[in-house]
Write a protein that binds this ligand. Structure first.
Ligand code: C2E
Ligand code: CA
Ligand code: CA
Length: 805
């Protein structure tokens, strides 16, 4: 045999072999290879392989050490189809099957290499996909009854490898009892008619857990058509079933929810709607699928509305709001619509889901309308209309049952001050807090209503006696003693309460309301923060007020006004250092009218300008007489209302009065309330500067009721603070009042102010105030406001105030 190459060891015509081949010597070195083998290895030429140990060129089929020597082959026993993986020169592997045979000399081995890479990869892919898909295979010889199942099947049935004998009985045993008959029927039908089956059934694991499998079986027949054996696969579909169940449930929920649902694809084509959608819009599923939701547009919203909707969907993936849509029959209706963008893992929008409720028919709209009509939006309490209804019901009920109805009419004290000094939002907050407090302290069955402004009412049905109502009123007043936290401020707000009772104080709701209101004004007049029962002599406020206003206009010319004077005592000397002038009005028709009442009326009617001028003039005339009588260091305090201050002529008037009566400006002190200062801060600062330039001094009246801070007051450059009598009243028993008074004194002193406490009635109050370093006191303890002659007498006697030790 001629040799194609010069390799003396080769006795095989390698080059002519149509397959890849190589010759390896006893030590496993490559003696020769043909071009097909070189190509298989990716080598440039066959010669590149010669001399290389075979073990460097290949690895075992699963990556293990390869066979490099063939003693058996050399001894004459050929080796067939041994698998190996061949390392390619440029990297990577080829699967090969190797047939080995000795060369005729018996000194070397001929290897024939078959490339089986494609086959192996397919197989691997298949096994891998089987494992991934949880597919197991079985094979059942129906003649012999022999059954084979793969390990995967065992694990699908919850059996460990080899744990159970592979029998049909053991297979059936694993099938869920409820599904067993179906499985048996399918298998039998398959054997009998050759119909392949495809069945989903459950298996029960030995631990009791249930899983779902998909089982496919088919039959293999012999030439005569007799069934030989059955083959099948089993696949775990538990997860898919679970998802299906969840989807089915979700589907049912969506289908049955009363809210309309529509789903679109990313391009806004409707792909699904539910039952409520159909019944709300009147469109059938077929009529809307594939259409855009704009099919429902009512034309009521402008382009900007939809732009905002889309902006929100882009920004947050959400939009919700009220939108008007059109039904198929043309009706326009409001719906509350919630749209969500649904995104895939990459964040791209795949769908939009809209969920809406038809507001025109829905209960909550009726409720909303009802709320709007019958409830106060701010406090959520019944409004005047609902309150009136409830009161009417309570009245007619108590007529039948012979019981009483109590009506509490509550007005907040100085609510206007809060509004003016802290602003309307604070005022609103306070009203809400008050409403909550009322609800807290009254029973569930009592109707609490807000009539508007700062007026609240409580209807007490089924009362046995008026004292029940008084008790409730006291409870409310008690509850009002705690401060309200409003925008960070602790605000104390008092209440004045008027009470009317059915039967007795009126037959109709209107009468009861009017009378309770009149009683409330009475409570306000008589010092606030208290309750009053209606009495027949109260009349109605408005009538009384009209009379009062018309009488007041004539008061000055009729000479009905007078002044009372209340001494202020210096706590260091125990002597009278000043007096406050307080206006008095005695009218022929109305009798003595309380100052708060007529001052307020004077303010609203504009009479205050004239009244103020009169007071200033009369006070300074009196003071000049006292100065002449020898009390030349006495100072006169005059109250100035906001209107007077802002009228613009106050400076001139004061200057004129001082000059007229020859009183030094230093003897005059003007009292301005805190709220007057706060309300008009800018203008006030300038006016006060001009007043001070005259040489008089300024006092802040009612300090503590206007919620201004001491620091804020600094800008007004006043000389004196008068601690409001409401803080003095409960000293020293009430800790918070005592604390406020003490703080005002300490802080006021820091700011260089003198402090006067007004309304001092008891020695205890005096002692406390003196201890805190208060400069002056004014109050009934020393003297009530008295007429000029009586005050002169006080000055002359000048009995020193006995300071408690
Ligand atoms: P005000 O300026 O706070 O005057 C002090 C009020 O407290 C006076 O009430 C006085 O009688 C009262 N009072 C004095 N000592 C005590 C006490 O120990 N206990 C209690 N409970 N009260 C005491 P009056 O005279 O009824 O005046 C009420 C308000 O009318 C004054 O409060 C003031 O705001 C206003 N007013 C009175 N006269 C004038 C005036 O000429 N012009 C202006 N603009 N307002 C005036
Ligand atoms: Ca005063
Ligand atoms: Ca005061």
């Amino acid at each position: 045999m001629p040799l194609d190459d010069c390799d003396t060891h080769s006795e095989v015509p390698l080059q002519s072999l149509p397959v890849a081949a190589a010759i390896v010597d006893r030590d496993g070195r490559v003696l020769a290879a043909n071009p097909a083998a070189a190509a298989l290895f990716g080598a440039a030429q066959a010669a590149d392989l010669t001399g290389t140990p075979w073990t460097d060129l290949v690895v075992g089929p699963s990556g293990e050490e390869p066979t490099g020597e063939w003693p058996g082959v050399l001894a004459g026993r050929p080796d067939q189809a041994r698998e190996a993986m061949l390392k390619r020169t440029e990297g990577g592997y080829r699967h090969v099957a190797i047939d080995a045979a000795p060369v005729p000399s018996g000194e070397a081995v001929l290897l024939v290499l078959r490339d089986i890479t494609a086959q192996r990869l397919t197989e691997q892919r298949f096994t891998r996909s089987q494992a991934f898909a949880n597919i197991g295979t079985w094979d059942w010889n129906t003649q012999t009854g022999e059954l084979f199942w793969s390990e995967r099947i065992a694990s699908l049935f919850g059996y460990g490898p080899g744990e159970r004998e592979t029998t049909y009985a053991n297979f059936l045993n694993a099938v869920h009892p409820d599904d067993r008959q179906r499985v048996v029927d399918a298998v039998n039908a398959c054997i009998e008619n050759g119909s392949a089956y495809n069945l989903e059934h459950r298996v029960v694991w030995p631990d009791g857990s249930v899983r779902w499998v998909l089982e496919r079986g088919d039959v293999v027949r012999n030439a005569e058509g007799r069934p030989l054996n059955m083959l099948g696969v089993v696949q775990d579909i538990t997860e898919r079933k679970r998802q299906e169940a969840a989807l089915e449930l979700a589907g049912k929920v969506i289908e049955n929810t009363p809210e309309g649902v529509l789903v679109t694809d990313a391009r806004l084509n409707i792909i699904s709607v539910n039952h409520a959608f159909i019944s709300t819009t009147g469109y059938s599923e077929l009529e809307v699928l594939g259409h855009k939701p704009s099919i429902l547009a009512s034309g009521r919203h402008g382009a900007d509305f939809y732009q905002m909707m889309w902006q929100s969907l882009r920004d947050s993936g959400q939009w919700q709001g009220e939108i008007w849509n059109r039904r198929k029959n043309g009706d326009i209706y409001p719906e509350w619509l919630n749209i969500s963008a649904i995104r895939d893992e990459t964040g791209a929008v795949t769908h939009y889901a809209g969920i809406f409720s038809d507001l025109s028919t829905q209960e909550h709209v009726r409720k909303r309308l009802h709320r709007l009509a019958y409830y106060d939006l701010l406090t959520d309490l019944p409004n005047r209309d609902l309150f009136r209804d409830r009161l009417a019901n309570a009245v007619s009920r108590s007529r039948r049952l012979d019981r009483g109805v109590g009506l509490i009419f509550l007005g907040l004290d100085r609510f206007k001050t809060v509004n003016d000094s802290l602003g309307h939002s604070a005022g609103d907050e306070l009203l809400k807090a008050v409403a909550e407090r009322l609800v807290e302290c009254m029973g569930e069955s009592d109707t609490i209503a807000r009539l508007g402004g700062d007026e609240f009412t409580v209807v007490l049905g089924d009362i046995a006696a008026p004292t029940d109502v008084a008790q409730a009123a006291r409870k409310i007043l008690q509850a009002f003693r705690a401060p309200n936290l409003v925008e960070g401020h602790e605000i104390y707000v008092g209440a004045s309460i008027g009470i009317s009772v059915f039967p007795g104080d009126g037959d109709t709701p209107e009468e009861l309301i009017r009378n309770a209101e009149a009683a409330m004004y009475k409570a306000k007049e008589q010092g606030r923060n208290d309750y009053r029962f209606y009495t027949a002599d109260m009349g109605t406020r408005s009538a009384e007020r009209l009379v009062l206003e018309s009488e007041l206009r004539k008061a000055i010319e009729r000479n009905e006004l007078s002044l009372a004077f209340q001494p202020q005592v210096d706590l260091k000397t125990g002597r009278i250092c000043g007096v406050e002038a307080l206006a008095r009005w005695h009218n022929a028709r109305l009798g003595r009218v309380r100052p708060d009442l007529f001052i307020e009326a004077a303010e609203t009617t504009g009479v205050i300008a004239e009244l103020g001028r009169w007071v200033l003039d009369a006070a300074l005339r009196t003071l000049s007489r006292w100065h002449q009588a020898g009390f030349s260091s006495l100072r006169m305090a005059v109250n100035i209302s906001g209107h007077q201050l802002l009228s613009g002529c106050l400076v001139d008037e004061v200057q004129g009065a001082l000059a007229r009566h020859g009183v030094p400006a230093a003897s005059l002190e003007l009292e301005l309330t805190e709220s007057v200062l706060m309300e008009n801060a800018e203008r006030t600062v300038r006016l006060l500067e001009r007043l001070q330039a005259l040489g008089l001094s300024l006092a802040v009246d009612d300090f503590g009721t206007g919620y201004s801070s001491l620091a804020y007051l600094k800008r007004f450059d006043v000389d004196k603070l008068k601690i409001d009598k409401s803080f003095v009243r409960d000293i020293p028993g009430n800790n918070s009042d005592a604390e406020i008074a003490a703080t005002v004194i300490a802080m006021g002193h820091k700011l260089g102010l003198r402090i006067v406490a007004e309304g001092v009635e008891t020695p205890e109050q005096l002692r406390f105030l003196a201890e805190q370093g208060c400069d002056q006191i004014q109050g009934y303890l020393f003297s009530p406001p008295v007429e000029a002659p009586a005050l002169l007498e006080l000055l002359e006697k000048q009995t020193e105030l006995e300071l408690p030790a």
